[in-house]
Design a protein around this ligand. Structure first.
Ligand SMILES: NC(=O)c1ccc[n+]([C@@H]2O[C@H](COP(=O)([O-])OP(=O)(O)OC[C@H]3O[C@@H](n4cnc5c(N)ncnc54)[C@H](OP(=O)(O)O)[C@@H]3O)[C@@H](O)[C@H]2O)c1
Length: 234
């Protein structure tokens, strides 16, 4: 039996949490990784961690710089893109800081739009899969979560429109909605909520990564448009 073809995946947020767990999985089985990283130091860190990977340096909070960075040097064929980078900053609407709101929207939805747009020819060429790491906050907005939830509702809209536009060209689009997941972001959320953080209370990043990789690995002819992963009741 011949070895499966080496596939190429573009991953954001591979330096931490869910994105790192996805990159671990894909790298361990020999897939080629193109990692979108915020700066040169992060590029060095991640190229050390994932031998043979390529880094594309772009601050996802800066849409103009990202658009410029994506203007050249992208692969011509991509089997999948995983949009895992994200930020959160809790505040009631009365206290939302404009710069924080703009950063949340830029990283969580504008960057996935720009990156997906730039990768479309490569995704079409490979009949590839886009996976958006959304959130339970992308289905329901709770108090203090307006900016994050707005970004994730918008990310859902991006995914739904993309699926409808590109399905006929063979591009699959999956949205994964994790509940609270044990990552540095969740530790930060607990700090902002003034709560004690115990990672064992939440879904592991590896479990969410399994769901993401499941979407990437589906055989041609099948797709999972949406997948909800939540902590089990205890
Ligand atoms: N943790 C949860 O409970 C949870 C639940 C539902 C959904 N999610 C979603 O899951 C995804 C991953 O979250 P996580 O929990 O794994 O978070 P995390 O551990 O904080 O990791 C976030 C990643 O995003 C990257 N990133 C943030 N801002 C960036 C920027 N301006 N430019 C480039 N990269 C940037 C970070 O880069 P650096 O490594 O350089 O810092 C990091 O690698 C996010 O979309 C999040 O909204 C998380």
């Amino acid at each position: 039996m011949s070895a499966p073809a080496r596939r190429t995946y573009v991953v954001t947020g591979a330096g931490s949490g869910i994105g790192a767990a996805v990159a671990d999985r894909l790298h361990a089985r020999g897939d080629a990784l193109v990692l979108v990283v915020r700066d040169d130091q992060r590029a060095v860190d991640l190229q050390d961690a994932y031998a043979g990977s390529t880094a594309l340096v772009a601050d996802l909070a800066d849409p103009e710089a990202l658009e410029q960075a994506l203007a050249s040097g992208l692969p011509t064929s991509v089997d999948g893109v995983v949009h895992a980078a994200g930020v959160v900053d809790l505040a009631p609407i009365g206290d939302i800081d404009l710069a924080s709101w703009q950063q949340t929207l830029a990283v969580n939805v504008t960057a996935p739009m720009l990156l997906t747009r730039a990768l479309l020819p490569a995704l079409r060429a490979a009949r590839g899969t886009a996976v958006m790491v959304n959130s339970s906050a992308g289905r329901r907005a709770h108090p203090d979560w307006a900016s994050y939830a707005a970004s994730k509702f918008a990310l859902r809209a991006l995914a739904d429109a993309l699926r409808a536009e590109e399905g006929g060209r063979g591009v699959r689009v999956s949205t994964v909605y994790p509940g609270r997941t044990a990552t540095p972001m969740q530790a930060l959320v607990h700090a902002q909520e003034g709560k004690e953080y115990d990672p064992d209370d939440w879904v592991s990043a590896a479990t969410v990564a399994d769901s993401v990789v499941h979407c990437l690995d589906l055989p041609a002819g099948a797709t999972v448009p949406e997948l909800v992963v939540q902590p089990a009741p205890r």
